[in-house]
Ligand binder design. Sequence first.
Ligand code: ADP
Ligand code: MG
Length: 276
Amino acid sequence: MSDTLTVDTARLPLLLSELRLPTVARLWPDFAERADREGWPAARLLAALAELEVAERVQRRIQRHLQEARLPPGKTLDSFEFAAVPTLSRAQIAALAAGDSWLEKGTNILAFGPPGSGKTHIAAALGHALVDNGFRVLFTRTTDLVQRLQAARQDLSLSSAIDKLDKYDLLILDDLSYVHKSQAETSVLFELISARYERRSLMITANQPFGAWDQIFPDKAMTVAAIDRLVHHAVILEMNVESYRRRTALTRAAATGDTAVSPDAVAPATRSPTPE
Ligand code: ADP
Ligand code: MG
């Protein structure tokens, strides 16, 4: 009897690795010993190991998705101060972070505000939360993605490059305003927007609202068509607040009596945001 047991368990590491069950492979000796000692029914042992394998598999998947998302580190909802952006509703952001139905419908999020208002932070924070909730996200500077898509177009592989981005439930394009039509062929951006329209979500951050988007797309008709598709199903986050960086620098300066940052350097909060 014990001979049979030795022979059977000797092959277990190999079998479990073949079946890709690393958690069971790691935990079964301790669990089996405990089961023998406490007289667990065999079914309970099997169920416990299966549950743990599944739980760890979910965690491993989230870790993989977190790596592929390329989110800027440290920008999470926990570290976002909502009081600094009164126009942003914490409840609305929490609902978006849950993922729910908006991603299924391909709804977009457009975040507008002057530099330093927290657009990148809130975009990354939403990305983080969505990955934690099981969704796939890619965070990229818009200019980087435009360059990648342009290269793909030169290789005649633009549509397959765009198709590959379909695996992401949410594509975060940070700083759309930094794309200029002088950067030849920004129409790749339009193709991306059209391809994802009503299917896959985009989150776009921009310093300038739509009025200035003529600078981004090759011609007026394309600008109008792009905006039309983006806003058709969209949540717009207005973040018209003074630069968080500047405000915190000022608060720090006031606390330490440092005069290097003068209050005059900070425009009144009521000022209408102008791109810097
Ligand atoms: P934007 O992308 O709008 O230019 P950022 O998101 O880069 O602004 O914000 C500038 C800096 O200030 C970042 O370090 C960011 O983490 C921080 N920050 C901005 N808004 C907030 C906020 N409401 N709470 C906490 N940190 C913030
Ligand atoms: Mg930014």
